[in-house]
Design a protein around this ligand. Structure first.
Ligand code: HPA
Length: 273
């Protein structure tokens, strides 16, 4: 057994020993979106540092805890704070929690993030359901010896984001009067936000939003056969003529303001599972 697999198994075994019931959904909460935690009936909250082999999160606004609890009766495991490639973690570390979730018996993964808008119809505060992604990290988390225990060497990517869950999210939005957009998320390393020319390039390439996360975890979760739902809050505009200076603080502020609506969608979607 490889060292990595042994570590994943150990972390998963530790988490499983903490469950009173098998979680149905894993949730990765992005920048400024930790407020969904307020909707969780928390049973247990575990610092990443207490989970064997877990990396520890460093960025402001990411607290670094694994939350075991329920959303509307459905048992969930939520990550408050993720590991970003720009922090210097290896892809193996960035995607470690997704694999741990899988081994811990979770087959559905929800991911959320904040992103820059590329689609000119989007406004700051738009909530975008992710229908597909473009990997612009310049690397791939599956490079290296394939972990056959998880999935194939050459994974199909024709439907990474579950059409079933996307459809249901739109039904929930409609029912609650929450306007949802949909689009393609471009994942890039950061930590720089984009230059105007880079935003333009990502739009030409087919993106609707750009951000610094999600794609690595999603690739690994999809490789492992998990059903995935992704949602993004547009916190700033990368549309020519609308670009203004952007800061991490502003991103957090806008994400926090749009969060209750996104939370409502995620909550109902989890409850529908
Ligand atoms: N670019 C990249 N990542 C982001 C952005 C952006 O404009 N906004 C929030 N995260």
């Amino acid at each position: 057994m490889s060292e990595l697999i042994a570590q994943i198994n150990e972390a998963a075994a530790y988490l499983k020993s903490q469950f009173s019931e098998q979680p149905k959904v894993g949730i990765i909460l992005g920048t400024g979106l930790g407020g969904l935690v307020g909707e969780i009936d928390i049973e247990k909250s575990i610092d990443y540092k207490d989970i064997p082999h877990f990396p520890v999160s460093t960025v402001e606004g990411h607290s670094g805890r694994m939350i075991i609890g329920r959303i509307g009766g459905v048992p969930v495991l939520a990550m408050q704070g993720r590991f970003h490639f720009y922090e210097g973690y290896k892809m193996e570390q960035v995607t470690f929690p997704a694999r741990v979730m899988k081994v811990a018996g979770i087959n559905t993964l929800f991911v959320s993030n904040a992103s820059g808008g590329l689609n000119p119809t989007f406004k700051v505060g738009t909530i975008m359901v992710i229908t597909d992604h473009i990997n612009m990290f310049g690397t791939n988390p599956l490079i290296g010896k394939n972990l056959d225990e998880f999935g194939p060497r050459f994974p199909d990517m024709s439907e990474v984001y579950s059409k079933r869950l996307i459809k249901r999210a739109f039904e929930i939005g409609q029912k609650n009067g929450i306007e949802l957009a949909s689009g393609v998320y471009v994942g890039t390393t950061g930590p720089t936000f984009e230059t105007p020319s880079e935003y333009k390039m990502f739009r030409i390439l087919g993106g609707d939003a750009v951000g610094m996360s999600t794609v690595p975890e999603v690739i690994v979760a999809h490789h492992a056969g998990m059903e995935i739902f992704g949602i993004s809050i547009i916190t700033d505009s990368g549309v020519p003529g609308e670009i203004v200076e952007v800061s991490h603080e502003e991103v957090q502020k806008v994400a926090g303001a749009a969060e209750p609506l996104m939370t409502k969608v995620i909550k109902e979607l989890v409850e529908s599972l």
